[in-house]
Design a protein around this ligand. Structure first.
Ligand SMILES: [Zn+2]
Length: 368
Protein backbone atom coordinates (compact mmCIF):
# COMPACT_ATOMS: atom_id res chain seq x y z
CA UNK A 1 0.00 0.00 0.00
CA UNK A 2 1.29 3.42 -0.86
CA UNK A 3 1.01 5.96 1.89
CA UNK A 4 1.03 9.56 0.80
CA UNK A 5 -1.22 12.29 2.06
CA UNK A 6 -0.59 14.30 -1.09
CA UNK A 7 -1.56 11.37 -3.24
CA UNK A 8 1.75 11.57 -5.05
CA UNK A 9 4.59 9.52 -3.71
CA UNK A 10 7.80 11.47 -3.64
CA UNK A 11 11.15 9.82 -4.08
CA UNK A 12 11.49 9.57 -0.34
CA UNK A 13 8.43 7.87 0.99
CA UNK A 14 8.29 8.11 4.73
CA UNK A 15 6.53 4.80 5.23
CA UNK A 16 7.85 1.34 4.59
CA UNK A 17 7.10 -1.17 3.28
CA UNK A 18 6.12 0.32 -0.04
CA UNK A 19 6.60 -2.68 -2.26
CA UNK A 20 3.92 -1.47 -4.62
CA UNK A 21 5.84 1.77 -5.01
CA UNK A 22 8.66 0.14 -6.92
CA UNK A 23 7.63 1.62 -10.23
CA UNK A 24 7.20 5.04 -8.70
CA UNK A 25 10.68 4.97 -7.22
CA UNK A 26 12.23 3.90 -10.49
CA UNK A 27 10.66 6.87 -12.20
CA UNK A 28 11.80 9.50 -9.80
CA UNK A 29 15.26 8.43 -8.65
CA UNK A 30 17.99 9.61 -10.96
CA UNK A 31 21.42 8.07 -10.64
CA UNK A 32 24.65 9.61 -11.90
CA UNK A 33 27.73 7.57 -12.69
CA UNK A 34 31.19 9.07 -12.97
CA UNK A 35 33.76 7.03 -14.88
CA UNK A 36 36.56 7.70 -17.35
CA UNK A 37 39.20 5.76 -19.26
CA UNK A 38 41.80 8.09 -17.78
CA UNK A 39 41.42 6.17 -14.52
CA UNK A 40 43.49 3.47 -16.21
CA UNK A 41 46.49 5.82 -16.27
CA UNK A 42 47.56 5.09 -12.70
CA UNK A 43 49.57 1.88 -12.93
CA UNK A 44 51.08 0.39 -9.77
CA UNK A 45 52.87 -2.23 -11.87
CA UNK A 46 52.51 -5.81 -13.04
CA UNK A 47 50.80 -8.16 -10.64
CA UNK A 48 49.48 -5.39 -8.39
CA UNK A 49 45.86 -6.11 -7.47
CA UNK A 50 44.80 -2.46 -7.77
CA UNK A 51 45.22 -2.66 -11.52
CA UNK A 52 43.88 -0.58 -14.42
CA UNK A 53 41.88 -3.67 -15.38
CA UNK A 54 39.45 -2.79 -12.59
CA UNK A 55 38.30 0.32 -14.45
CA UNK A 56 38.31 -1.51 -17.79
CA UNK A 57 35.99 -4.08 -16.22
CA UNK A 58 33.66 -1.44 -14.83
CA UNK A 59 33.54 0.39 -18.18
CA UNK A 60 32.60 -2.93 -19.72
CA UNK A 61 29.93 -3.52 -17.08
CA UNK A 62 28.45 -0.07 -17.68
CA UNK A 63 28.48 -0.64 -21.42
CA UNK A 64 26.00 -3.45 -20.99
CA UNK A 65 24.15 -2.00 -18.00
CA UNK A 66 20.99 -0.53 -19.35
CA UNK A 67 18.95 1.87 -17.32
CA UNK A 68 17.44 4.82 -19.09
CA UNK A 69 17.74 7.21 -16.18
CA UNK A 70 21.50 6.81 -15.64
CA UNK A 71 23.43 10.02 -16.13
CA UNK A 72 27.02 9.30 -17.16
CA UNK A 73 29.37 12.13 -16.23
CA UNK A 74 32.95 13.00 -17.10
CA UNK A 75 35.12 13.78 -14.09
CA UNK A 76 37.03 16.98 -13.56
CA UNK A 77 40.34 17.04 -11.72
CA UNK A 78 40.31 18.33 -8.16
CA UNK A 79 42.36 21.44 -7.53
CA UNK A 80 45.23 21.40 -5.06
CA UNK A 81 43.09 23.67 -2.88
CA UNK A 82 40.28 21.12 -2.83
CA UNK A 83 42.68 18.29 -1.95
CA UNK A 84 44.05 20.54 0.79
CA UNK A 85 40.63 20.57 2.44
CA UNK A 86 41.68 17.19 3.84
CA UNK A 87 45.42 16.89 3.22
CA UNK A 88 48.60 18.50 4.44
CA UNK A 89 50.10 20.63 1.63
CA UNK A 90 53.40 18.78 2.11
CA UNK A 91 51.65 15.52 1.30
CA UNK A 92 50.17 17.02 -1.86
CA UNK A 93 53.65 18.20 -2.88
CA UNK A 94 55.02 14.74 -2.13
CA UNK A 95 52.49 13.08 -4.45
CA UNK A 96 52.99 15.81 -7.06
CA UNK A 97 56.73 15.11 -7.00
CA UNK A 98 56.05 11.55 -8.17
CA UNK A 99 54.59 12.88 -11.44
CA UNK A 100 56.61 11.87 -14.47
CA UNK A 101 58.77 9.40 -12.55
CA UNK A 102 58.71 5.83 -13.89
CA UNK A 103 58.00 4.53 -10.41
CA UNK A 104 57.93 5.93 -6.91
CA UNK A 105 56.89 3.93 -3.84
CA UNK A 106 55.06 5.58 -0.95
CA UNK A 107 55.11 2.25 0.85
CA UNK A 108 55.55 -1.38 -0.17
CA UNK A 109 51.91 -1.53 -1.32
CA UNK A 110 51.69 1.88 -2.93
CA UNK A 111 53.89 2.39 -5.97
CA UNK A 112 53.06 5.02 -8.56
CA UNK A 113 53.58 5.56 -12.28
CA UNK A 114 54.21 8.79 -14.25
CA UNK A 115 50.51 9.72 -14.42
CA UNK A 116 49.48 8.63 -10.92
CA UNK A 117 49.36 12.17 -9.53
CA UNK A 118 47.07 13.52 -12.24
CA UNK A 119 44.93 10.39 -11.99
CA UNK A 120 44.63 10.85 -8.23
CA UNK A 121 43.49 14.45 -8.80
CA UNK A 122 40.94 13.10 -11.27
CA UNK A 123 39.79 10.49 -8.74
CA UNK A 124 39.07 13.03 -6.01
CA UNK A 125 37.69 15.43 -8.63
CA UNK A 126 35.46 12.70 -10.03
CA UNK A 127 33.86 12.32 -6.64
CA UNK A 128 33.41 16.10 -6.40
CA UNK A 129 31.81 16.01 -9.86
CA UNK A 130 29.25 13.57 -8.51
CA UNK A 131 28.61 15.59 -5.35
CA UNK A 132 28.14 18.75 -7.41
CA UNK A 133 25.58 16.98 -9.62
CA UNK A 134 23.62 15.84 -6.59
CA UNK A 135 23.73 19.26 -4.93
CA UNK A 136 22.57 20.83 -8.20
CA UNK A 137 19.70 18.30 -8.28
CA UNK A 138 20.87 16.97 -11.63
CA UNK A 139 20.91 13.58 -9.90
CA UNK A 140 19.53 12.17 -6.67
CA UNK A 141 22.39 9.81 -6.02
CA UNK A 142 25.29 8.21 -7.79
CA UNK A 143 28.48 6.25 -7.92
CA UNK A 144 31.95 7.53 -8.81
CA UNK A 145 34.03 4.69 -10.25
CA UNK A 146 37.48 6.09 -9.70
CA UNK A 147 40.98 4.93 -8.97
CA UNK A 148 43.27 5.10 -7.16
CA UNK A 149 41.07 4.41 -4.13
CA UNK A 150 41.26 6.64 -1.08
CA UNK A 151 40.18 5.45 2.34
CA UNK A 152 43.64 4.44 3.63
CA UNK A 153 45.20 7.81 2.74
CA UNK A 154 45.95 9.80 5.87
CA UNK A 155 45.96 13.59 5.89
CA UNK A 156 49.73 13.55 5.70
CA UNK A 157 50.60 10.36 3.83
CA UNK A 158 49.73 7.84 1.16
CA UNK A 159 49.29 4.19 2.09
CA UNK A 160 47.50 1.00 1.14
CA UNK A 161 47.07 1.74 -2.60
CA UNK A 162 45.62 5.19 -1.73
CA UNK A 163 47.14 8.61 -2.54
CA UNK A 164 44.39 11.09 -1.66
CA UNK A 165 41.35 10.26 0.46
CA UNK A 166 38.53 10.76 -2.02
CA UNK A 167 35.66 10.32 0.41
CA UNK A 168 37.22 12.57 3.04
CA UNK A 169 37.89 15.31 0.48
CA UNK A 170 34.28 14.90 -0.61
CA UNK A 171 32.90 15.26 2.90
CA UNK A 172 34.94 18.38 3.53
CA UNK A 173 33.92 19.83 0.18
CA UNK A 174 30.23 19.34 0.98
CA UNK A 175 30.74 21.25 4.18
CA UNK A 176 32.96 24.03 2.79
CA UNK A 177 31.20 24.71 -0.47
CA UNK A 178 27.60 23.89 0.38
CA UNK A 179 27.42 24.18 4.16
CA UNK A 180 26.09 20.64 4.49
CA UNK A 181 25.67 19.83 8.17
CA UNK A 182 25.84 16.24 9.39
CA UNK A 183 27.46 13.79 7.00
CA UNK A 184 27.30 9.99 7.31
CA UNK A 185 30.21 8.07 5.80
CA UNK A 186 29.59 4.33 5.53
CA UNK A 187 32.63 2.28 4.55
CA UNK A 188 31.80 -1.29 3.58
CA UNK A 189 35.19 -2.02 2.05
CA UNK A 190 36.62 -5.17 3.65
CA UNK A 191 39.52 -3.12 5.03
CA UNK A 192 39.16 -0.51 7.73
CA UNK A 193 39.31 3.05 6.40
CA UNK A 194 41.96 4.33 8.78
CA UNK A 195 42.49 7.56 6.86
CA UNK A 196 38.84 8.51 6.84
CA UNK A 197 38.42 7.62 10.51
CA UNK A 198 41.38 9.75 11.51
CA UNK A 199 40.28 12.71 9.39
CA UNK A 200 37.05 13.01 11.36
CA UNK A 201 37.96 11.42 14.69
CA UNK A 202 37.21 14.58 16.70
CA UNK A 203 34.40 15.77 14.48
CA UNK A 204 30.84 15.60 15.84
CA UNK A 205 29.30 16.29 12.44
CA UNK A 206 30.78 13.39 10.49
CA UNK A 207 29.68 9.93 11.57
CA UNK A 208 32.19 7.43 10.22
CA UNK A 209 30.88 3.85 10.13
CA UNK A 210 32.94 0.89 8.97
CA UNK A 211 32.35 -2.83 8.59
CA UNK A 212 35.61 -4.64 8.02
CA UNK A 213 37.53 -7.87 8.48
CA UNK A 214 39.35 -7.70 11.81
CA UNK A 215 42.08 -8.25 12.70
CA UNK A 216 43.37 -7.45 9.22
CA UNK A 217 45.12 -4.73 7.25
CA UNK A 218 45.61 -1.90 8.25
CA UNK A 219 45.22 -2.97 11.90
CA UNK A 220 42.90 -0.19 13.03
CA UNK A 221 39.13 -0.42 13.43
CA UNK A 222 38.55 -2.00 16.85
CA UNK A 223 35.06 -1.48 18.24
CA UNK A 224 36.64 0.51 21.05
CA UNK A 225 37.77 3.21 18.59
CA UNK A 226 34.78 5.51 18.94
CA UNK A 227 36.15 8.98 18.25
CA UNK A 228 37.45 11.50 20.71
CA UNK A 229 36.61 14.90 22.18
CA UNK A 230 33.51 16.35 20.57
CA UNK A 231 33.59 13.43 18.12
CA UNK A 232 33.21 10.75 20.79
CA UNK A 233 30.64 8.22 19.60
CA UNK A 234 30.84 9.53 16.03
CA UNK A 235 33.12 6.71 14.90
CA UNK A 236 31.33 3.39 14.71
CA UNK A 237 33.47 0.37 13.95
CA UNK A 238 31.91 -3.03 13.33
CA UNK A 239 34.91 -5.36 13.21
CA UNK A 240 34.05 -8.80 11.84
CA UNK A 241 36.03 -12.05 11.93
CA UNK A 242 37.10 -13.65 8.66
CA UNK A 243 34.45 -15.84 7.10
CA UNK A 244 31.50 -13.51 7.64
CA UNK A 245 29.04 -13.12 4.81
CA UNK A 246 25.67 -11.71 3.82
CA UNK A 247 24.00 -12.61 7.13
CA UNK A 248 26.51 -10.81 9.30
CA UNK A 249 26.71 -7.77 7.04
CA UNK A 250 22.97 -7.40 6.70
CA UNK A 251 22.48 -7.85 10.42
CA UNK A 252 25.09 -5.15 11.07
CA UNK A 253 23.41 -2.79 8.62
CA UNK A 254 19.86 -3.39 9.83
CA UNK A 255 20.36 -3.68 13.57
CA UNK A 256 23.26 -1.30 14.24
CA UNK A 257 24.09 0.99 11.34
CA UNK A 258 20.59 1.95 10.22
CA UNK A 259 19.33 2.73 13.77
CA UNK A 260 22.43 4.79 14.59
CA UNK A 261 22.20 6.60 11.27
CA UNK A 262 18.56 7.42 11.93
CA UNK A 263 19.46 8.97 15.27
CA UNK A 264 22.34 10.91 13.72
CA UNK A 265 20.02 12.32 11.03
CA UNK A 266 22.55 12.90 8.26
CA UNK A 267 22.03 15.51 5.59
CA UNK A 268 24.09 13.47 3.12
CA UNK A 269 25.17 9.82 2.92
CA UNK A 270 28.62 9.02 1.51
CA UNK A 271 29.61 5.43 0.84
CA UNK A 272 33.14 4.10 0.61
CA UNK A 273 32.10 1.21 -1.57
CA UNK A 274 34.72 -1.47 -1.89
CA UNK A 275 33.87 -4.87 -3.28
CA UNK A 276 36.65 -6.81 -1.61
CA UNK A 277 34.37 -8.40 0.99
CA UNK A 278 33.08 -10.49 -1.93
CA UNK A 279 33.70 -14.23 -1.55
CA UNK A 280 35.77 -14.31 -4.75
CA UNK A 281 38.12 -11.52 -3.70
CA UNK A 282 41.77 -12.63 -3.57
CA UNK A 283 42.91 -10.27 -0.78
CA UNK A 284 40.42 -10.88 2.00
CA UNK A 285 38.53 -13.71 3.60
CA UNK A 286 34.88 -12.68 3.63
CA UNK A 287 31.93 -14.41 1.97
CA UNK A 288 29.67 -11.58 0.83
CA UNK A 289 27.74 -12.24 -2.39
CA UNK A 290 26.19 -9.78 -4.81
CA UNK A 291 22.96 -10.24 -2.84
CA UNK A 292 24.78 -8.95 0.23
CA UNK A 293 26.01 -5.84 -1.56
CA UNK A 294 22.50 -5.35 -2.88
CA UNK A 295 21.11 -5.55 0.64
CA UNK A 296 23.63 -3.10 2.08
CA UNK A 297 22.86 -0.62 -0.69
CA UNK A 298 19.14 -0.97 -0.08
CA UNK A 299 19.50 -0.24 3.63
CA UNK A 300 21.57 2.87 2.87
CA UNK A 301 19.07 4.03 0.25
CA UNK A 302 16.40 3.90 2.94
CA UNK A 303 18.61 5.88 5.30
CA UNK A 304 19.30 8.47 2.61
CA UNK A 305 15.66 8.80 1.66
CA UNK A 306 14.36 8.87 5.23
CA UNK A 307 16.89 11.41 6.47
CA UNK A 308 18.95 13.00 3.70
CA UNK A 309 16.49 13.85 0.92
CA UNK A 310 17.77 10.83 -0.97
CA UNK A 311 21.28 12.23 -1.24
CA UNK A 312 23.73 9.35 -1.45
CA UNK A 313 27.09 9.30 -3.21
CA UNK A 314 29.20 6.15 -3.43
CA UNK A 315 32.85 6.06 -4.42
CA UNK A 316 34.83 3.00 -5.40
CA UNK A 317 37.39 1.73 -2.92
CA UNK A 318 38.76 -1.84 -3.18
CA UNK A 319 37.55 -4.92 -5.03
CA UNK A 320 40.10 -7.00 -6.89
CA UNK A 321 38.24 -9.85 -8.52
CA UNK A 322 36.83 -8.95 -11.92
CA UNK A 323 33.99 -11.47 -11.76
CA UNK A 324 32.99 -10.06 -8.39
CA UNK A 325 32.90 -6.54 -9.85
CA UNK A 326 30.83 -7.76 -12.78
CA UNK A 327 28.27 -9.23 -10.39
CA UNK A 328 28.20 -6.73 -7.55
CA UNK A 329 28.44 -3.38 -9.35
CA UNK A 330 25.16 -3.82 -11.30
CA UNK A 331 23.46 -5.07 -8.12
CA UNK A 332 24.38 -1.85 -6.31
CA UNK A 333 23.42 0.34 -9.27
CA UNK A 334 20.04 -1.40 -9.38
CA UNK A 335 19.50 -0.44 -5.77
CA UNK A 336 20.53 3.18 -6.35
CA UNK A 337 17.69 3.24 -8.87
CA UNK A 338 15.36 2.78 -5.93
CA UNK A 339 13.03 0.37 -7.64
CA UNK A 340 13.52 -2.30 -4.99
CA UNK A 341 13.91 -0.05 -1.99
CA UNK A 342 10.54 -0.95 -0.56
CA UNK A 343 10.99 -4.67 -0.93
CA UNK A 344 11.65 -6.60 2.25
CA UNK A 345 15.12 -8.01 2.81
CA UNK A 346 15.43 -11.53 4.17
CA UNK A 347 15.93 -12.12 7.85
CA UNK A 348 19.65 -12.49 8.45
CA UNK A 349 21.00 -15.23 10.70
CA UNK A 350 24.40 -13.92 11.78
CA UNK A 351 26.98 -16.01 13.55
CA UNK A 352 26.27 -15.59 17.20
CA UNK A 353 28.19 -12.92 19.03
CA UNK A 354 29.96 -11.22 16.13
CA UNK A 355 28.06 -7.94 16.52
CA UNK A 356 27.88 -7.94 20.30
CA UNK A 357 30.92 -5.82 21.05
CA UNK A 358 30.08 -3.04 18.60
CA UNK A 359 26.52 -2.95 19.92
CA UNK A 360 27.64 -2.95 23.54
CA UNK A 361 30.21 -0.19 23.01
CA UNK A 362 27.80 2.06 21.15
CA UNK A 363 24.97 1.70 23.64
CA UNK A 364 26.84 4.44 25.48
CA UNK A 365 26.13 6.83 22.61
CA UNK A 366 23.01 5.60 20.80
CA UNK A 367 19.78 3.78 21.50
CA UNK A 368 20.49 0.25 20.41
ZN1 LIG B 1 39.83 -2.83 0.68
Amino acid sequence: MLVSSAGVLGKCASSFPVAAGAAVYSQVVKTAVVVDRRYEDHDPGPGHPESPERIRTILDVLESYRRSDILVMQPRPATAGEIALNHDPRHIEHVAASAGRPVYSFDADTPTSPRSFVTALLAAGGYLTLLEAIMAADADNGFAFVRPPGHHAEADRAMGFCLFNNVAVGARYLRERYGVGRILVVDWDVHHGNGTQHSFYNDPDVLYVSTHQYPFYPGTGAASEVGSGAGTGRTLNVPLPAGCGDDEYLAAFETIIAPVAAQFEPAFVLVSAGFDAHHRDPLAGMNVTEAGFRAMARVLMRVACDHAQGRLAAVLEGGYDMQALRAAVPAVLDELGGARMGEALGTPCPRSGVLDEARRVHRDYWEL
